[in-house]
Write a protein that binds this ligand. Structure first.
Ligand code: ADP
Length: 476
């Protein structure tokens, strides 16, 4: 079965979040299972600059976008046994950042159209296009509106995965004809609440709709989580399923991770402490035996639960913990943590920036990983924490609920510490419970053992995707 993943970001070429990790690891796992999965993404500036000598040119052609005739160059490269295709257009993609440009709606409309046009130039005939998030949401829309008359596309099927429903690709009506070239009689496919909504279009037009955990698949039917799409999701729930993400066990492995101060595994978990000591020294924090270090790595956005942390930050420190946070995002959140790091230089470290190597050191060096998300489609950070034997404290929502089971000292089961409501004091209570367990070596060892033993690999979810593909693929 030939599957082409289409994504606006893929690790290691371009990454702003978990989507890149998923598309950077799932195709390889599918290929191990006998599929032929490949990936297509834009040829961003950093990729062109870094990988140009390794790219193979497949051809150039014109993509029509509204009244525009746009250049499209097609390149490919094999990396870690997966073939990657790159869509080249310097006007749209030769820029310093992936997103946040005034014409993002046009850039990703172009990308979606270019994907469909490029299929005829590939040395590969996918049966299914697997799309992710709003940046690729116009692929099924264009496929339905513009390509059904062409025999070549007749049996092509689409899977659309929602990684994050918050970003939908919402634009004014003027984009419809001018940029997308879509006639007003077809506008209904994309219209929602007076806007053109790319994600709505994909939800309606795709053959299968998925999201990245079973709990989130249920949650997005409700307004609290759906950012306005709940009715559309409910109408299309007959084709919706939730498949939890995995992480790349080769990439995230405390035994092999070259970035760590000391490597360790489940069998040598006592060496984890050396990472904590070295990390705290590097960050200028005071190490005190028996006092836990709480770590956070992630985007500093409201839905990540940062306001809860801010609300009880002082009380948390009063419990005797140290705290390290690595993240970028909302300016106010960044400033808060920076100010606290100045106020408590021995106890708090705040690094605003993106650093995979420091992230690894935090996953390894922290005792507890705090992830109090208000909503969380899947979340990878808590899984990486488990892999490094670091105990996650999570709010029970979305993928956090599906991957972290509350530890029960009576039964010895569970791999983390959970709290339920969007309430800072509930979170504080969870931190309190974590500290109590930390101070009880028998239970803490058991909890760490369970964390290490948790299966967050792609194995289990890859087979679910294969079943899904089999249910829609057109066989001759
Ligand atoms: P989301 O996709 O919502 O941002 P996830 O938990 O699914 O959150 O994935 C985030 C990924 O990005 C994880 O691999 C995490 O370690 C990484 N990450 C997030 N922020 C940073 C940062 N500032 N520096 C390094 N890695 C980061």
């Amino acid at each position: 079965m030939d599957i082409l993943f289409i994504s606006s970001e893929v690790y290691p070429f371009a990454k702003t979040g978990g989507l890149a990790d998923v598309i950077g690891s799932l195709p390889a796992e599918l290929n191990k299972n006998g599929l032929n999965a490949r990936v297509m993404l834009p040829l961003y500036k950093n990729i062109k600059d870094e990988y140009a000598p390794s790219l193979t040119f497949h051809g150039a052609f014109t993509v029509k976008l509204g009244w525009r005739d746009c250049y499209c160059g097609l390149f490919s490269m094999e990396y870690n046994d997966v073939v990657y295709y790159f869509v080249d257009n310097e006007q749209y993609f030769y820029r310093d950042s992936l997103y946040g440009h005034y014409d993002d709606g046009e850039r990703f409309a172009y990308f979606s159209k270019a994907v469909l046009e490029s299929l005829k130039y590939l040395d590969f005939e996918p049966a299914i296009l697997h799309l992710s998030d709003w940046q690729t949401a116009l692929v099924p829309v264009f496929l339905k509106l513009n390509y059904q008359g062409d025999e070549y596309y007749r049996d092509l099927r689409t899977v659309f995965t929602i990684h994050n429903i918050e970003y939908q690709g919402k634009y004014g009506l003027e984009i419809l004809k001018d940029v997308l070239g879509i006639d007003v009689k077809d506008a209904g496919l994309l219209m929602l609440d007076g806007n053109v909504n790319y994600m709505k279009g994909a939800i309606v037009a795709c053959d299968k709709l998925t999201t990245v955990s079973p709990s989130y698949a249920e949650e997005i039917k409700f307004p609290f989580f759906s950012h306005g799409l709940h009715d559309i999701i409910k109408e299309n729930s007959y084709k919706l399923s939730g498949i939890i993400n995995g992480i790349d066990y080769k990439q995230f492995n405390p035994y092999r991770d070259k970035g760590l101060y000391t490597n360790y595994s489940a069998n040598s978990s006592h060496k984890k402490e050396a990472n904590k000591i070295a990390l705290m020294e590097e960050l200028g924090l005071e190490y005190e035996e028996g006092k836990p270090l709480i770590g956070m790595v992630g985007r500093l956005a409201e839905h990540k639960g940062i306001p809860l942390v801010i609300r009880v930050f002082e009380q948390m420190l009063e419990l005797g913990v140290s705290f390290v946070i690595l993240g970028t995002g909302d300016y106010h959140f960044e400033s808060f943590f920076k100010a606290k790091a100045v106020e408590y230089p021995d106890k708090v470290a705040a690094i605003t920036g993106f650093s995979a190597s420091l992230a690894s050191k935090i996953y390894a060096g922290a005792d507890v990983f705090l992830m109090p998300s208000i909503s969380e489609p899947c979340g990878l950070a808590q899984m990486i924490a488990l892999r490094y034997g670091t105990i996650p404290i999570v709010r029970s929502t979305g993928g956090l609920k599906d991957s972290i089971q509350p530890y029960n000292p009576q039964t010895g089961k569970g791999n983390g510490i959970n709290f339920e409501s969007v309430n800072a004091h509930d979170m504080l209570d969870a931190v309190y419970r974590a500290i109590a367990l930390y101070n009880d070596p028998t239970h803490w060892k058991e909890l760490m053992k369970n964390a290490f033993a948790s299966d967050c690999s792609w194995k289990r979810s890859a087979s679910e995707y294969i079943k899904l593909y089999q249910s829609i693929v057109v066989t001759e």
